[in-house]
Design a protein around this ligand. Structure first.
Ligand code: SF4
Length: 379
């Protein structure tokens, strides 16, 4: 009897360079050593070998700022994926882009290289907020970039919005939100500003120079976003993500459904074939390790049944569709009721969690406090 086909996977490719560093950002990135780009691409491609022949349903180029990549280099990366993996014909190929880098002829070259989805980091359409965030673009440039993507015929456009900014008024948030809706994106991601200690803005907060809005203010902003978007054709399918029908991010659904993904590049995380890892975060170290035939894991641990069960609940409850009890049982041999704490029944009785057929989901009114609810459920 032949072995059952293994499920298809996602590939995340990290492009670590940025033209300038934003003061709130804690991603793995750098603004120096651009001359290492080709050696870095060689290292990425070397690491594809480990999972060659797996079917691939999504490729996501994130960063850093992958829109700094020359289209010919991007084509080289995507062609290497196609040569070494079984990239499915309808594979979603997303490029994260900074509005400052986007002009129509460059978008066209990206599309010809194989990109079919562009995620534009607009963040705000209020110039003072963009200056505060240290972004390279202003509101007018962000709008021009979105229209440039449109002009090329790329309909699968995702836009990002940030809320919970210090001093952000309701009117400012409304202005950004309305402006983004007017651009008619297929997908919209809305994230609250969160600051890690080791960022310049995090230091300012620790020193008392900068004050983040209170939780109630951030919660009110989230409610405003939910209610405004409820009057559009964008459906909320995840705590921070809205999409037109059929335009949910296939790549990110892989994470939330706790599927397997191969992470390539400096600082890239992955969970695949029973292993979870994060690659070496420094570009030079990453390239040197790959040249030695080393997977360049900075950190790795077995992707155990226990951690997969926890992640399936924790990530799946972020989705409006929730977690399927049947799929959970098929994968782990026990039901959600067996796995979760005995708070499950109380939370269902209180309307915090809802059974939709065999799927357990969070009530939309509790999305903002999801972390607390999920922590209550996990053994
Ligand atoms: S927010 Fe984006 S553009 Fe800014 S430093 Fe971080 S990765 Fe680079």
């Amino acid at each position: 009897m032949s072995a059952p086909a293994r499920p298809s996977i996602a590939i995340y490719i990290h492009w670590p360079w940025c033209a300038a560093i934003c003061p709130y950002c804690d991603f793995d990135k750098q603004a120096t050593d651009f001359r290492l780009a080709d050696a870095y691409i060689g290292a990425l491609i070397a690491h594809l070998h480990a999972e060659s022949s797996r079917a691939v349903h999504s490729i996501y180029l994130g960063g850093g700022t992958p829109s700094l990549l020359r289209p010919d280099r991007l084509r080289h990366i995507i062609e290497a994926c196609r040569a070494q993996m079984d990239v499915l014909p309808d594979c979603e190929v997303t490029l994260e882009a900074n509005p400052s880098d986007i002009v129509p002829h460059k978008v066209e070259a990206y599309l010809q290289a194989g990109v079919n989805r562009i995620s534009l980091g607009v963040q705000s359409l209020v110039d003072e907020e963009l200056r505060f965030l240290g972004r390279r673009h202003d509101a007018a440039k962000a709008v021009r970039a979105a229209l440039a993507v449109r002009e090329t015929g790329c309909e699968n456009l995702s836009l990002d919005l940030m809320y919970g900014l210090p001093g952000q008024s309701e009117a400012d948030l409304q202005r950004s939100l309305d402006g983004l809706i007017d651009l008619d994106p297929a997908h919209l991601s809305c994230y609250a500003l969160t600051l890690e200690d080791d960022t310049p803005m995090g230091d300012d907060v620790a020193a008392g120079v900068l004050k983040l809005p209170e939780d109630e203010v951030v919660a009110a902003s989230y409610e405003l976003i939910q209610s405004r978007l409820a009057r559009t054709s964008l459906d909320q399918y995840e705590l921070s993500n809205w999409a037109r029908a059929g335009r949910q991010a296939i790549h990110n659904l892989t994470y939330w459904r706790n599927g397997e993904w191969l992470g390539l590049g400096a600082g890239a995380a992955g969970s695949i074939a029973g292993l979870s890892y994060k690659r070496h975060p420094l570009v030079t170290g990453y390239i040197a390790s790959a040249a030695r035939g080393d997977p360049a894991y900075g950190w790795e641990e077995p992707w155990t049944r226990e951690s997969q069960m926890r992640d399936t609940v924790m990530l799946g409850l972020r989705l409006a569709e929730g977690v399927s009890d049947r799929d959970f049982r098929d994968r782990f041999g026990c039901t959600l009721t067996d796995y979760c704490t005995d708070r499950l029944d109380d939370l269902v009785a209180a309307g915090v969690l809802i059974w939709k057929g065999d799927r357990l989901a969070l009530a939309p009114s509790r999305y903002f406090v999801s972390n607390a609810v999920i922590a209550d459920l996990l053994p």
